[in-house]
Design a protein around this ligand. Structure first.
Ligand SMILES: NC(=O)CC[C@H](N)C(=O)O
Length: 216
């Protein structure tokens, strides 16, 4: 592709503005999308943080669930942060019974796993494929990835014992001991439990933009 690709940020609910600003610095055309014709024309899609139960309802209200799921199944590059990660997961634990995502990534995600709003925290996370040291990862009522299928690459974990709340406050099983998975990639799909758009560090967005360029 010669022209800059267009990356949409799903603008139904959640933290849209910061993603648009970060993407704009990565030499793509970044725009909020919510209508079918807008979603149909993007070269990549960001599913922002927010509240996945509400987002699940709104994709139905706006009539875009089937379109987004179909585009992802067709290989549209997509990046989900926090609630967006939950929307990309095949299986969600501790979700609302009626919440549904796009079945994009072969992984099990536990919603609110690190605890409640008061348990929000920051931690350094080393990401595979990202140079320059760990990113400063911001977790806000964040999910973690409990398990992944064979085609999913684990990009990053938090150090064991980092989070004070949530399930790990009591647990000491193997997954907790090796550090919870908070960043993964499955082919053209990328997901993080944390919010890189809040830190001014563009490395995660640049990684996604490279995936969009490679797919174009
Ligand atoms: N910051 C966030 O995106 C929080 C996610 C929220 N806990 C959810 O279940 O969707």
């Amino acid at each position: 592709m010669n022209a800059d690709p267009t990356v949409g940020v799903l603008a139904l609910q959640g933290d849209v503005r910061e993603h648009l600003a970060a993407l704009a610095e990565c030499d793509v055309i970044a725009r909020p999308v919510r209508r079918r014709e807008e979603i149909a024309s993007v070269d990549g899609l960001v599913l922002p943080g927010g509240e996945s139960t509400t987002m699940s309802k709104l994709v139905d209200t706006f009539g875009v669930r089937d379109l987004i799921a179909a585009r992802i199944a067709d290989g549209l590059p997509a990046y989900g942060s926090c609630a967006g990660m939950i929307m990309l997961a095949r299986t969600v634990l501790d979700g609302r019974p009626d919440q549904r995502g796009f079945d994009g990534i072969d992984m099990v995600v536990r919603r609110n796993a690190f605890g409640r709003q008061v348990d929000s925290f920051e931690a350094p996370v080393d990401l595979a494929g990202v140079e320059g040291g760990p990113v400063r990862a911001v977790f806000i009522r964040a999910p973690w990835v409990e398990s992944v299928g064979a085609g999913v690459e684990v990009l990053g974990r938090v150090a064991p014992g980092t989070a004070t709340g949530g399930v790990d406050a009591a647990a000491a099983d193997g997954a907790a001991a090796s550090g919870r998975i908070v960043a993964i990639r499955q082919q053209r799909l990328l997901a993080t439990s944390f919010h890189p758009e809040l830190t001014g560090d563009l490395r995660v967005h640049r990684m996604f933009v490279e995936m969009v360029r490679a797919a174009a």
